[in-house]
Design a protein around this ligand. Structure first.
Ligand code: LLP
Length: 416
């Protein structure tokens, strides 16, 4: 059985544990519940796909920064990609091998760069000013910085504009026509060693052909850079971005092996170590966001399920109009169509719209599926809602890996 299933009595399970049992034992709601088995399976899928290619799996910590999750990935052999100094600190805390980490970003601060150079992670050059900041940081730390250049292959990933990142005119990456300038500048500075090129097309990508086009374009850049006399190139970083089956209708979503096999000829031709940066496809389907139904109501001709979970804990539906599958964690009544909403004070606060599902009773458990990526990490305290607890299930056992925030936690930041 898959890690998230329904048992013969109609209760949703995570591995060998009924989610309703966890809900009964917890004194806070809502919460995130993670399956360790699913996480391990996802990592193994990448490992398997990359067989025969020198490679680094750089898990994108932004998708889910829970230290216990990062530790599990580290134990499996994963590296990490980071987008802030604090994410780097999480990677360090988890004991990650710094030679398998990449520091990305269009706005890395000088302090963050000092720390990154000290740690010895790979650093992406994003712009002219970023290059100068890295040079200054490397000189101050008196250590060579191993850098990659982030290039925009200008391939349209055909996704929501908020998660499309690799087009010319994106706020990330260098101006391609200025590549020569970057190469000259790098040659002038002994503290920089150019070890690779990077691109990231966007997120929720469902067509792997797009990666093929990008890999082809990146090969062109690699050849240009080599012909400028750089023999230090070691890495081709193709970024992350693989979509997952949020609809849960068995739609064919390419798996890691489909992605890698599509670009295997290009990867082999590059003769470099491949870096992949999966976030969503590593952790998206490892969690459910579980809340409790406060009540059911009708307004106009619309039926609403009102739960204690909201856009404060899970903003993707409100922010991107994203679809995540929703079901009850226990048996329900007659089948009706509902909007599933939270208690937050605006109409943008919904988890799902027009969902046909069994009618819950008050107190029923409700699960939003595929809530492992970009859900907890994007939670806020809007309406003074505390960040929810995170629970890890491993076989028959479950434990709280990060407790819920409390009112006192929120008050603890004041001056008196
Ligand atoms: N590498 C870079 C440079 C990135 O910017 C990202 C994601 C990744 C890797 C990982 O991409 P993934 O494999 O997860 O698609 N909050 C949005 C997604 C933002 C993605 C940002 N960058 C959402 O909830 O859909």
């Amino acid at each position: 059985t898959p890690p998230f299933s329904t048992d013969e009595d109609g209760y949703m399970t995570c591995e060998n544990v009924r989610i309703r049992d966890i809900q009964n034992d917890m004194d806070t709601s809502p919460m995130y519940i993670y399956s360790k088995e699913q996480l391990v399976n996802n990592y193994k899928a990448y490992e398997e796909a990359l067989k025969g290619l020198p490679s680094i799996i750089g898990y994108a910590i932004k998708a889910n920064n829970n230290l216990r999750i990062v530790e599990i990935l580290k134990d499996l052999g994963s590296g990490a990609v980071l987008v802030s100094g604090n994410e780097l600190r999480v990677a360090v805390k988890a004991g990650m091998d710094m030679t398998k980490t990449v520091f990305n970003g269009n706005g890395k601060t000088y302090q963050e760069l000092l720390y990154a150079v000290k740690c010895g992670c790979l650093i992406n050059i994003d712009s002219e000013f970023d290059l100068e900041h890295i040079v200054d940081a490397a000189k101050e730390v008196k250590k060579t910085a191993n850098v990659l250049i982030r290039i925009n292959p200008n391939v349209d990933p055909e996704v929501h504009p908020y998660v499309s990142t690799g087009l010319a005119g994106s706020k990330f990456g260098i101006r391609n026509s200025h590549l020569k300038w970057f190469l000259e500048r790098i040659k002038e500075e002994d503290v920089l060693s150019l070890v690779g090129v990077h691109c990231h097309l966007g997120s929720t990508i469902k067509k792997v052909d797009i990666f093929k086009d990008a890999a082809e374009i990146m090969l062109g850049f690699i050849n240009d850079i080599r012909s400028e006399g750089f023999d230090t190139l070691k890495y081709l970083n193709i970024g992350g971005g693989l979509g997952i089956d949020y609809e849960r209708i068995g739609e064919h979503i390419p798996r890691p092996i489909d992605l890698i096999n599509t670009i295997r000829p290009q990867l082999t031709e590059a003769g470099l170590t491949i870096i992949v940066e999966p976030g969503r496809s590593m952790v998206g389907n490892i969690a459910v966001f579980v809340s409790e139904v406060i009540g059911v109501k009708t307004s106009g001709s619309k039926n609403f399920i009102v739960t204690d979970g909201s856009m404060a804990e899970l903003i993707r539906p409100s922010l991107y109009d994203a679809y995540q599958f929703i079901c009850l964690t226990q048996p329900g009544g007659s089948i009706e169509t509902f909007d599933i909403v939270g208690p937050v004070c605006e109409s943008a606060d919904f988890l799902g719209k027009n969902r046909t599902m069994p009618t819950p009773v008050e107190g029923s458990g409700l699960a939003v599926m595929d809530a492992g990526a970009y859900c907890y990490v994007m939670a806020s305290n809007y309406n003074m809602k505390p960040r929810p607890a995170e629970i890890l299930v491993d076989g028959d056992e479950w434990r709280i890996i990060r407790r819920a925030e409390t009112f006192d936690d929120m008050m603890s930041l004041y001056d008196r």
